[in-house]
Write a protein that binds this ligand. Structure first.
Ligand code: MSP
Length: 665
């Protein structure tokens, strides 16, 4: 039975804005999976989407939607991108999957039963975009988040705590006993120095100020902290709770590949939770660097986003994969520029590899009727070429032990360049002119075809489509096998099939313009798609418009029948009390009485009425409108109001007092 290998990427926040920085880890994981499979491992690869938390809830509400409705749409786009990029994952786990939510509750319960979770009071600085609490000493200047530099706010609330402090010494011991646990080494030093050296505080692991999350099983006022939820996806993805056989075969993970800013969660919180659950720990967490753009992190708000789709459409998915894996050293930050991208394509893919394949196949067609034939003749350059060709595999194996994709590709390109040099040294076009050199020519072309075959094996994990195309052009029918990269002389009588140039040379200036245009077009299309989709869902993007719509019975709409009108249950309600909405500045929560019935309506009238002006008033509501949650509070029905073009708003009411609960009509 083959050895198991479990690898993961982070569980991504659903975003309509995945840029090439986001694809970095997934591209690396995909290459690693293909590489390990070629080495003979049985590999399982989990990725997914991290769908809970305040930030996503707020974003969905901004669009006038419930979080799930919004996220469902975005997640489809993420999956489509991974499909476009041929990312070969085995499990895409959504943190809102029912099984996952069940797992999170079970894990939380286990930790609570064990005494590792207790109830307390939390006071801390919360960064909403990062979903992270910070202590005062960890904050940046002006109380900013040390990770993203944005403003944090002081937050107090009742919360459940995980006894993280209890695991400090065990974590230090883990790092000591397993120096390979955090890679690269420098990240381990950061963890020790920044988080463990001066003690470790218990971690708040529940929130009660919003409800978009997995409910704490024994206290449904609280939802589980998103990081506990997200990290547990690595278990659910594999089968925890539903496919125990697979889970037991593959767990613990061989490696979690993550961006450097989330190493902390993976090397402190995650192993501590697993220790508390008495589960085996992942063997390694690798914190890769960031891809920067003009020395800054790529983000929509900074306007420096480069999307993967236009690159893929213009130059192919392999061009993007090759660039990401070759240009940057996996553990370090690197800068993306379009110039570098184009230059790399021209030099490595068009000039080196493309040219080698194209001229070799052309010469075999021209001089040998397309047949790759062995020959006993020799040239003085053969041995050196063969020695290099069969030694690359071992070097790639070595580089990949430490995820040095760039070094692995550089080793392969040494062979590509050596083979090109061999063409120049042996000059087949000169040999072709002399009939005495017929055998020699055959030999040279054979050695070139063999070198290219070996290259096609070696590049398979990284740029799979290119590998397949090269093998097609060489007329190879066999499955690609890693071991075949160590042998020279396997081709025998194949017929080449010339195809298009695999990577054409680019006019850099022109292509930068093209890419800019395509990138801009895509950004506009995305914006439009999102707006269209929101409209289609019957919602309006702008909040003001939304409030107008929800509060005003419009004029000038199409005629309706009496039957249509009678579907509306309009009723008189008395406002008994008014509260501020805890999560929204402009919303009131109105507690209403309708005869025997009491109900709550959330409405955006806070800017127009003081609480005292409302209490005791009778208003008219649409009582049979489907209830919705607005920022976490259920709203049952809608009140009627009118708003004029100057922005004055007036609630619809009755001329005389009347019994509440009665119907209008
Ligand atoms: N949801 C969390 C992960 C939970 S894992 C249990 C998260 N999501 S994310 O969508 O914000 O980030 C996903 C990954 O993309 C992270 O590893 C992050 O480092 C990576 N990147 C985002 N921008 C990046 C670059 N510009 N460059 C390289 N990787 C970057 O964090």
């Amino acid at each position: 039975m083959s050895k198991k290998y479990y690898l993961t990427t982070p569980i991504y926040y659903p975003s309509d804005n995945l840029h090439i920085g986001h694809t970095y880890c997934t591209v690396a994981a995909d290459a690693l999976k293909k590489f390990k499979k070629m080495q003979g491992y049985d590999v399982f690869f989990t990725t997914g989407s991290d769908e809970h938390g305040q930030k996503l809830m707020q974003k969905a509400h901004e669009y006038g939607m419930e979080p799930k409705e919004y996220i469902d749409h975005i997640v489809e786009n993420i999956k489509a991108l991974w499909a476009k990029m041929d990312i070969d994952y085995d499990s895409f786990i959504r943190s809102t999957d029912e099984q996952h939510e069940k797992n999170v509750q079970e894990i939380f319960q286990k930790l609570y039963d064990k005494g590792d979770i207790y109830k307390g009071q939390y006071e801390g600085y919360y960064c909403t975009p990062c979903e992270s609490f910070w202590t005062e000493s960890q904050l940046g200047e002006n109380h900013t988040c040390p990770d993203c530099g944005r403003e944090t706010h002081l937050s107090h609330e009742e919360a459940y705590f995980f006894r993280l402090s209890k695991y400090r010494d065990k974590l230090l011991k883990l790092y000591e006993d397993h120096p390979e646990f955090i890679q690269p080494e420098s990240r381990k030093n950061e963890m020790v120095k920044n988080f463990l050296e001066n003690g470790l505080e218990d971690l708040s692991v529940s929130r009660s100020s919003f409800d978009w999350g997995v409910k704490v099983p024994f206290d449904d006022k609280h939802v589980v902290y998103v990081w506990i939820d997200a990290l547990s996806c690595y278990l659910t993805g594999l089968g925890y709770g539903y496919n125990n056989e697979r889970f037991n075969e593959f767990w613990p993970a061989d490696v979690h590949l993550v961006g450097k800013e989330i190493v902390r969660f993976h090397t402190i919180i995650w192993p501590a939770i697993l220790m508390a659950l008495d589960m085996p720990l992942p063997k390694q967490v690798f914190g890769h660097g960031w891809i920067l753009f003009d020395d800054d992190k790529m983000s929509k708000s900074k306007g420096n986003v480069v999307y993967p789709e236009p690159i893929i459409e213009l130059y192919g998915v392999d061009a993007l994969k090759y660039f990401l894996l070759r240009e940057f050293s996996f553990g370090s930050d690197g800068s993306f520029t379009k110039e570098k991208f184009m230059a790399r394509l021209n030099s490595d893919l068009a000039n080196d590899l493309g040219n080698l394949v194209s001229r070799t196949v052309s010469m075999i067609e021209k001089y040998k009727g397309g047949i790759i034939k062995k020959s006993s003749a020799k040239t003085e350059f053969d041995e050196n070429l063969k020695n290099i060709a069969v030694s690359v595999k071992e070097k790639v194996d070595k580089a990949m032990e430490t995820y040095q994709f760039s070094d692995a590709l550089e080793e392969i390109w040494k062979l590509v360049r050596r083979a090109n040099k061999y063409v120049d040294e042996t000059q087949p076009w000169v040999l072709a002119k002399n009939s005495e050199d017929k055998e020699k020519l055959e030999n040279v072309l054979y050695n070139l075809a063999e070198s290219i075959r070996i290259i096609s094996v070696l590049i398979y994990p990284f740029i799979t489509n290119t590998s397949k195309e090269i093998r097609r052009q060489l007329g190879i029918k066999d499955q690609v096998k890693w071991e075949d990269a160590r042998q020279f002389g396997l081709l025998d009588g194949e017929k080449v099939l010339k195809g298009d140039v695999i990577f054409p040379r680019l006019d850099i200036e022109k292509e930068i313009e093209n890419l800019d245009k395509a990138n801009k077009k895509l950004a506009e299309e995305r914006e439009k798609d999102l707006n269209d989709w929101i409209k289609q869902a019957g919602k309006k993007l702008k909040k003001n418009e939304k409030e107008e719509k929800s509060t005003i019975v419009g004029l000038g709409k199409e005629e309706i029948t009496l039957e249509d009108f009678e579907k509306l249950d309009l009723r008189v309600a008395t406002i008994e009390s008014v509260e501020d909405h805890p999560n929204a500045d402009k919303l009131y929560i109105l507690n209403l009485k309708l005869g025997q019935e009491k109900r709550t309506i959330v409405s955006g009238i806070k800017d127009y009425y003081k609480k005292d002006d409302l209490i005791g008033k009778q208003i008219i509501i649409v009582a049979n409108l489907k209830p919705i949650k607005l920022r976490g509070v259920e709203s049952k029905g809608m009140l009627l109001a009118a708003k004029d073009k100057n922005g004055n708003l007036s609630l619809a009411s009755l001329m005389d007092k009347i019994e509440d609960g009665v119907s209008l009509g």
